[in-house]
Design a protein around this ligand. Structure first.
Ligand code: ZN
Length: 507
């Protein structure tokens, strides 16, 4: 991702999201034609009122005045207030509910909330105290003292079946006669994600990143089940083959990961079948795009899809940028292996740009588009654990972007000013989510400057060979910081230990 500097993110932490727009069925690894109706109009709306409990208690109904509270002993997920059900330690029931109307015509809707559970129960087998979450008469989930946790976790449920209905969202917590269990709920909401996001829509243009499940990674550290973050990415994934059939109205274009072939569908419809090998994810968009195409000097087909509002001159400029960027990166790190490259251009992207295999979202920006295309190598071809080591793709990509744009980074380390002793280029997204104002500066800025400095230590040709060899040896694999440090050390007789310490590259 190329974050927009100093972007303030709305902390809509427990959104219930309903996705509107075009419903396009997909079937990984199977090209199954499938008729999909267009969703009816779905009006974006936040349908849970006061989901963070910050505006007094209305319109919530609570069984006693103390359920919505800010009293000591528990803390909010966001803001000051939260809903504290139970925690009494004797036979007791607390309830909390409000009536919501989920807009009709929404193809999907998700109810989410954040939940923390602590308990004095010591059993590991008996659910003595329970919290039930319901919508209407449907029980979404039941939690108990056995689900105790530190901090909050977000719970999400598909409630699209309730589109067009007015129903109660309700929580009920019951305790037995002894040993307290506290069920603490915060930030409840239902929103329809309108907006030019990685997974959202901008007017008639649907942007479908991270829609298909990818397998979680299990390695020596165990399962990687890291949370989504708006500050960057945590999409640690391995390479896989995809074949996806998109059955869509013929009036829509569907840029997608991989190489696409169109065949006629039922009346007025087209089936676009996209196949991709050794990619870490599959993303697409759908809408009445303006499309222009070209081929890079090295032979990569490039398509630029523009939303309405992008001038033809800007689209042509982005096509020129994309063609030169894909060749510039390929010449340094290895030939682009994913067939065609699609760039979707929309100046409303709050995040700047976003990379997916063979498919990028971007503003009209030479630097940002060159960056996203650089990710085809750093994250795409050479994978990494983005959550724990975001610098491995972002700093490497920003460094590659500088090279592609003939920027040498001279003196850029001079502006480095650490915010604390804990701040390091190699910190994880868990750290950056708690220090989000520093993420771009340190991981992208200091990170690329560290690589420029490493180039100055090693020499241009040794650094170029180091990165080319590192990409080759990790082609379609996963890289780590320690492997990169070892490869760099093997390329020079200079002891790099002080260099890593000065540049705060740990691992
Ligand atoms: Zn990036």
């Amino acid at each position: 991702m190329r974050p927009t500097p100093h972007k303030t993110l709305a902390a809509s932490a427990l959104a219930v999201a309903a996705l509107a727009g075009v419903s396009l069925p997909v079937s990984p690894a199977a090209a199954v034609p499938h008729a999909a109706p267009l969703a009816a109009a779905c009006t974006p709306a936040q349908v849970v009122a006061n989901g963070g409990f910050e505006s007094s208690t209305s319109p919530w109904s609570q069984s006693s005045t103390g359920v919505i509270t800010n009293r000591a002993g528990q803390s909010a997920h966001g803001g000051t207030n939260f809903a504290w059900l139970d925690g009494v330690g004797s036979t007791h029931t607390d309830t909390l509910s409000q009536s919501v109307t989920i807009p009709s015509g929404c193809s999907s809707a998700t109810l989410s909330f954040w939940l923390h559970i602590d308990t004095a129960e010591t059993t590991s087998s008996t659910a003595y105290d329970k919290l039930t979450a319901k919508i209407g008469t449907t029980t979404l989930a039941t939690y108990s003292n056995l689900d105790k946790n530190t901090g909050y976790v977000q719970k999400s449920f598909d409630v699209s079946a309730f589109a067009g209905q007015t129903v109660n969202v309700a929580f009920a917590g019951t305790e037995d006669s002894s040993l307290q269990t506290s069920f603490v709920v915060d930030d409840v909401g239902i929103t329809v994600p309108s907006g030019a996001d990685r997974f959202g829509y901008d007017g008639a243009f649907s942007l479908i990143g991270n829609a298909l499940p990818v397998l979680a990674v299990k390695d020596a550290a165990g399962w990687h089940l890291d949370p989504y973050t708006n500050n960057g990415e945590s999409f640690y994934s391995l390479s896989a083959d995809f074949s996806v059939a998109l059955d869509h109205p013929s009036t829509l274009l569907v840029p997608a990961t991989g190489t696409s072939v169109d065949t006629p569908g039922s009346s007025g419809r087209t089936i676009t079948t996209a196949t991709a090998s050794k990619v870490r994810d599959f993303a697409w968009a759908a809408g009445p795009f303006s499309k222009i195409s070209g081929t890079s000097t090295a032979g990569t087909p490039v398509n630029v899809y523009s939303v309405s509002g992008i001038s033809s001159a800007d689209a042509q400029s982005m096509l020129t940028t994309a063609k030169s960027a894909v060749d510039a990166h390929a010449s340094r790190f290895g030939a682009y292996p994913y067939g065609e490259l699609d760039a979707v251009i929309d100046n409303n992207f709050w995040f700047g740009g976003m990379e997916y295999p063979g498919f990028v979202l971007d503003l009209v920006s030479t630097t940002a588009l060159t960056h996203e295309i650089g990710h085809q190598w750093w994250y795409g071809i050479v994978g990494d654990d983005e959550y724990n080591s975001p610098w491995l793709d972002e700093a490497f990509t920003d460094y590659s972007t500088d090279l592609a744009l003939s920027k040498t980074g001279t003196g850029c380390w001079n502006s480095v000013s650490w915010a604390s002793t804990a701040e390091k280029i190699t910190n994880s997204m868990a750290y950056w989510d708690a220090h989000s104002s520093r993420y771009s500066t340190v991981v992208y800025g200091y990170g690329k400057c560290a690589l420029h400095d490493l180039r100055r230590v090693l020499g241009d040709s040794v650094m170029a060979k180091l990165l080319k060899d590192f990409a080759t040896s990790h082609w379609y694999g996963v890289s780590t910081t320690s492997e990169f440090k070892a490869a760099a050390q093997a390329a020079t007789s200079t002891d790099l230990t002080p260099f890593w310490t000065q540049h705060r590259v740990d691992g």
